[in-house]
Design a protein around this ligand. Structure first.
Ligand code: ATP
Ligand code: MG
Length: 275
């Protein structure tokens, strides 16, 4: 916003009683103070303008995401019924067909159907209203369950999973939190590949509980940080892009936030929850 520069008053031409009775130095001082305040106001106005632009963009984004979510949920509902029909027919075919070549084809169809069912489950999960049932959660119990969930994903891979054992108790919905954390851990496993390390830890800092997942993968690609929680944002050939969107919804429902970053050896995601 362009503004005219404010001119200093020339005390010799300032009119009125005040100008006549006030020594020129004081007038100049008062005017300097006024100019300073007006410069500050202009600066503050610019800050406000930027903030309004940011909030408008955020609002626009949430509206767009809500529309995408609604459309995806409707599609998922519509696809679910015919898919259940396909799945049932495949099971019946499997029982009737003996030919090995045909059985292989049926297996391919089965794998495709399973994948579609899992995507539809994710979409419905994402679109579902979140209603929390908070209880006192023990970090030791939660982390043990997470380790168990990860067993199949880690099978056949040389990945070390280190878990902090120090007990922390906090209020959360354990089912939702497990789902949120599992999405982050799944990503860490994908990122690490066949060989590497993952650290899962929990600490209380600044009045919040931080659950951190660090990995030795390639780290977050440049320029994607702002898009990680967008539904359907993925860089994977077989990804749906709903994992982190679901995680952030769950964490936000808890009044927390998810922080993404890279460290020297890979990526780090921290789920912050109120303590
Ligand atoms: N630990 C990580 N290291 C590097 N990149 C990551 C990591 N976690 C997430 N990402 C990036 O964030 C993107 C979005 O992750 P998200 O979990 O939402 O979807 P996805 O893993 O691609 O698919 P889905 O979880 O639905 O199967 C990933 O495609 C990947 O580019
Ligand atoms: Mg994922």
């Amino acid at each position: 916003m362009e503004r005219e520069p404010v001119k200093r008053p020339d005390s010799s031409i300032a009119g009125g009683d005040l100008a006549r009775e006030t020594p020129p130095e004081e007038l100049i001082k008062a005017f300097d103070a006024f100019s300073k305040t007006s410069a500050e106001l202009i600066e503050y106005y610019a800050v406000l303008e930027r903030r309004i632009a940011e909030l408008t963009e955020q609002l626009e984004r949430s509206r767009r995401l809500a529309a995408i979510g609604e459309m995806a949920a409707t599609l998922a509902h519509e696809i679910r019924n015919p898919l259940a029909g396909i799945s049932l027919s495949v099971s019946m075919l499997e029982k009737k067909v003996r030919d090995p070549g045909a059985r292989e084809l049926i297996e391919n169809i089965r794998a495709g159907v399973n994948r579609m069912e899992s995507i539809i489950g994710d979409i419905l999960n994402f679109a579902q209203d979140i209603s929390l049932n908070k209880v006192q959660v023990s970090w030791r119990n939660l982390s043990r369950r997470m380790q168990k969930f990860l067993v199949p994903a880690l099978e056949g891979k040389d990945i070390t999973l280190s878990v902090s054992d120090e007990e922390v108790r906090f209020s959360a919905d354990p089912d939702y939190l497990e789902r949120a954390l599992l999405n982050v851990l799944d990503n860490a496993v994908d990122a690490v590949g066949d060989k590497g390390q993952i650290w899962l830890s929990c600490e209380v800092r600044g009045g919040r509980v931080g659950i951190s997942v660090r990995d030795t993968g390639p780290g977050f690609p440049e320029g994607v940080m702002g898009r990680l929680c967008e539904p359907f944002f993925t860089t994977k050939t077989k990804g749906t892009g709903l994992g982190l969107a679901i995680t952030s919804r769950i964490v936000e429902a808890h009044g927390g936030e998810v922080e993404f970053g890279n460290w020297e050896k890979g990526a780090e995601v921290v789920i912050w929850l109120p303590y």
